[in-house]
Design a protein around this ligand. Structure first.
Ligand code: ATP
Ligand code: MG
Length: 589
């Protein structure tokens, strides 16, 4: 393959585009890989399409290698199967729905569990047909609330989705492990620094699930690691260890105190200490019980319900964690105080919630028998010795509190949690029978009795992965692609107005014939300086500068990652490049 920059559909940008907030987005736009076409929709330009195709090929090869069979479902689907599974409403505003000319409802598929289950039901009647795994690489549609960062969160994006069907749990575990290993190989090959973390299942349903997160400060996900063991989890999936339950009756009675002008935790703690509330000093925010009012809307419900979340006052509510805990319901911060005079803003305590029929969920640290300083449900008043299990009884616990660096590890208990940010590039689920139940997928078992298969599903955000690699492989001059996904193997730069152009084209021709992907900057309208700057922006791993020393028989090799430059005789350059590229290509497609 030989691409000539003089005719390539490419226009590099000197300036950062105004709306591009993260490096990958900025650089993919500036270097001419993608172009915004719609909100959350991007056109792949020739260079971008080459990278996308290489990543796609790596993903496809890894799936085929573990025996997955490639299919291609329609993206435009009738509503019916999604109604049967419940996801028509569960996905809520996130799915694009439309009606055809006869008024029949359709959707643009956000993911295809329903179709996979129906296809297997349709074609595979016997236990002998199992296990089977199907996959596809297809455009998905989601009406994301906040499309952002270019390819990282689009409304239309490319996903590889696979669906495994096994007859029993042990089989599902094997399928899951196979995909986990294949994902590991894919993300290594594309040069990603990633971590596999425990995850929640969101709108997908099912039990065990893990995410593959590419570590980067611009990631939307936050994940924890432990300093002592190998625990790693998305903060959404971190489970707080509850202290041992105490005796709720082992405390003095609750007392109400005048605490004027203390609607914030800081003001309350200051006053409690200054006045030695309940005969005590040394009050801290962790002694207070903070009660945060939220609204929760279940899928398909017209009205939102009130939910109060109780947590130690030194912690903030993490709405992402709450959202994950209550999915598929959606959560928002409550602000209609006027409509609820029973809720006294700044002085709310849980003592009255049951009476008003308001659901109350607490952080695990608010365990039975713990005692708190909290609101007395009257303006300017708080209560001490409000005991969980005596003065209020929560309706359950919820993972709502922010996770902080230094928190104890919930698994080993010895280590501390560290926090990092990452981009979710893959997600694997043990789904179980949610979808095979929904569609009554039964196959004839070995003893003539029906058996219901159990499912796994496995997603890779292929287009997002391109951006994640870019996010981890760039410097202040541009992209620095790993060899396995670079749009080209060699960038030939013509730097001179004499015989250099012909020599470069001849060299490029020989390299292309030998199977390398070659980009030649044969433009005659720009200076060598502009070409060097563009080459660094575009980020092909190695450049060959055909310049002044050509007349002496030399060209210059440049390594984009290290910046190394070496003059080499033009005679041996083809063999040398073939050797170098061959070495990095052997283990990639
Ligand atoms: P997120 O939490 O980022 O919204 P998700 O958990 O909803 O993602 P899945 O349903 O697990 O996503 O989809 C499988 C994969 O598809 C994800 O791991 C991710 O890499 C990719 N993906 C999901 N949503 C998008 C999007 N809006 N744009 C690009 N890629 C996406
Ligand atoms: Mg996910």
């Amino acid at each position: 393959m030989l691409l000539r920059m003089s005719t390539l559909l490419l226009r590099t940008l000197r300036e950062d585009p105004a709306d591009a907030e993260v490096p990958s987005h900025r650089l993919l736009l500036r270097a001419g890989y993608v172009r915004r076409a719609a909100p959350g929709g991007y056109t792949w330009l020739p260079l971008g399409k080459l990278v996308l195709d290489r990543v796609t090929a790596i993903v496809r090869a890894a799936m085929t290698a573990i025996g997955d069979q490639e299919v291609h479902f329609p993206a435009l689907l009738p509503a019916e199967p999604y109604r049967t599974s419940g996801r028509w409403t569960e996905y809520g505003d996130d799915i694009f729905t439309l009606a055809d000319r006869k008024g029949a409802e359709h959707l643009l598929a956000p993911t295809h569990e329903e179709m996979a289950a129906l296809l297997v039901k349709d074609l595979f009647p016997s236990y002998r047909d199992f296990p089977v795994t199907l996959f596809q690489i297809q455009t998905k549609f989601r009406d994301e609330a906040r499309p952002r960062a270019g390819l990282l969160r689009g409304r239309e994006f490319l996903m590889k989705d696979a669906y495994s069907f096994d007859l029993d749990d042990a089989g599902l575990q094997r399928s899951y492990d196979r995909h986990r290993a294949a994902y590991d190989a894919v993300f290594r090959k594309v040069g990603l620094d990633f971590t596999v973390v425990r995850a929640t299942s969101g709108a997908m349903g099912g039990s065990a699930s893990e995410e593959f997160l590419a570590a980067t400060p611009v990631g939307e996900d936050t994940f924890v690691g432990c300093t002592a063991c190998d625990y790693a989890a998305n903060t959404e999936a971190v489970v707080t260890r509850a202290p041992a339950a105490g005796d709720p009756d082992a405390h003095p009675d609750a007392q109400v105190h005048d605490t004027p002008e203390t609607p914030t935790i800081a003001a309350l703690v200051g006053m409690a200490d200054a006045r030695a509330l309940a005969g005590r000093t040394g009050w801290t925010a962790a002694d207070t019980l903070k009660n945060v009012v939220l609204t929760v809307r279940r899928p398909g419900a017209d009205e939102a319900e009130l939910l109060v979340v109780g947590l130690p006052g030194d912690r903030e509510v993490d709405l992402k964690r709450v959202g994950a805990a209550l999915a598929p319901a959606t959560v928002a911060v409550f602000d209609d105080w006027a409509a609820h005079p029973e809720l006294v803003r700044g002085y709310l305590g849980p003592q009255i919630l049951a009476k008003h029929g308001i659901r109350y969920l607490v952080d695990a640290r608010v365990a039975p028998g713990t005692t708190w300083l909290t609101g007395a449900n009257e303006r300017g008043r708080h209560a001490t010795d409000v005991v969980c299990g005596r003065d209020f009884v929560p309706d359950g616990t919820i993972e709502a509190a922010e996770v902080r660096p230094g928190d104890p590890c919930p698994v080993c208990g010895d280590g501390e949690l560290t926090l990092r940010r990452g981009i979710e590039v893959g997600h694997i689920f043990q789904l179980g029978r949610r979808y095979t139940d929904a569609f009554a997928v039964d196959v004839l078992g070995p003893e003539g009795k029906p058996v219901r298969p159990t499912m796994g599903c496995y997603g890779i955000g292929v287009s997002r992965l391109v951006a994640a690699v870019a996010e981890q492989h760039h410097d202040d001059r541009g992209l620095v692609w790993p060899a396995a996904v670079a749009p080209c193997d060699v960038h030939l730069i013509v730097a001179g107005k004499g015989p250099q152009l012909d020599a470069a084209l001849e060299l490029g021709g020989r390299l292309a014939e030998a199977g390398l992907r070659v980009l030649v900057d044969d433009r005659t309208t720009v200076s060598a300086g502009v070409k060097f700057t563009d080459a660094e922006l575009i980020g092909v791993p190695r450049a060959v500068v055909v310049g002044r020393r050509l007349t002496e028989g030399y060209v210059e090799l440049r390594d984009r990652a290290t910046g190394d430059r070496t003059d080499v005789p033009v005679t041996g350059v083809v063999e040398r490049l073939l050797d170098e590229v061959g070495a990095t290509r052997r283990d990639v497609v």
